[in-house]
Design a protein around this ligand. Sequence first.
Ligand SMILES: [Zn+2]
Length: 463
Amino acid sequence: MRSLSALLLTTLLTACGQGAKDDQRGVDSVPSESSADTEATEPPTDDDTEDNTASDSAVEPTDTTIDTAIDTDSAAPFEPGAAPTAPLLPEAGELYIEQVRLPFLPGLDLGEAAIVIGPDGTTVLLDIGNTSHDDNLRDALSPLSPDLSVDWVVLTHHHQDHMGSLEDLLLTASQTVTVTQGIVHRGFVELGGGMSTDDYERFCDAVRGPLAAVDVPLCESAAPAPCDEDATDYPAIACDGLRLGELGSSDDDGADVDTFIDLGDGARLTLIAASGWASGDDGLVPLAPGANEHGDVENALSLVGVITYGDFVYTFGGDLNGPGGADGPDMEGHVVATSGARVLGSLGADVVHAHHHARETSNGPAFVDWAAPDDGLTRSVIAGINEGYIGSPQGAVLDAFLLDDRLAGGRFWITESASGALPDDVVNADGDIIIRTVQSGRGYWIQARESLEAQSIEAVRAR
Ligand SMILES: [Zn+2]
């Protein structure tokens, strides 16, 4: 059933199946259908996993319901206005999310990144791409923040396609980006699975060295892990960084509520899981015994969160694994079981960021049913893909979100295709994808920046 509130504007769409490239560095779990998902480093051989319990993290139960309700006028009709005839730009009082296309260079770089700008102008980089992508990200940021200043950088995990540009972007380029508040990451604990040691070491050295003043690790090990591959032997014993309330203020650090970045006017980027730990009803719990033995551990321990404004909800989770990876637990399922009902209830999200560049090792049934329930309400899915992610978006992921019109007239938006023919419900933006809320989060526009193809959709909680 299609929602009558979905206004569809179709302009040019060229669903060009981009040819997959063969040569690339194995920085992520996608060089082939399965190789990197099985090439993981050896799991820890000591008793790390037994230490990885919640025993020392017991906290008082609190009312931790994520409040997405602000002063939107639910009685007012949803009026998105005319379809935009130019690329959407940030607007005071609205939330803006730009998923940036980061090009694949043969033999080089996978990568994804997004720019999030809150209703009050608070700016967050959500992943920052690979070593070669600092110029691309700077070019995308420059019109939005002419002084190249951002408040926060949030990195979902330590694979270089998500954090590799950090040193160049923030330290060594002729025009560096300034971070005023913090670089948030899951912590230097229990590394593994497709790591590039060189890039990891440069990243780790940077945030412990010249960027130490803005280093915000969420989880910690018993002893500080070294900035090298041996950090795989340092399990997270606590992730107190997930329970600090507003991250920009220390006043509420003892309140034991979800950590969030204040984006202004009630908009928030809220963190709910990292390094195998998630915020449950009764405080932090490890997601699964043996999580740090997952064959694809770096993806499995991705940072997970939601961005909310008014009635609007957006989910993200880096490359978090689902049950498609046969060599480890269904990490998506554990996040949903631990935090799911509290965070989204039964209404799901408005925009779902597909995990792991729309790979079938992620985006399993528990996650899809949670974030995009088959309830007849219109919603969207987006994915950060470039030509190096061979086969993305994968057919099983497209089926999971699109079969039986699950998105109810909404569509699956990708920055680029590394697959063949695509279903009609996929929009290959071949460029950036922009989301901007309408009426303080009553709904949103989603737009392919290059083609201007766009759709407006009323938020599921506003209906
Ligand atoms: Zn990735």
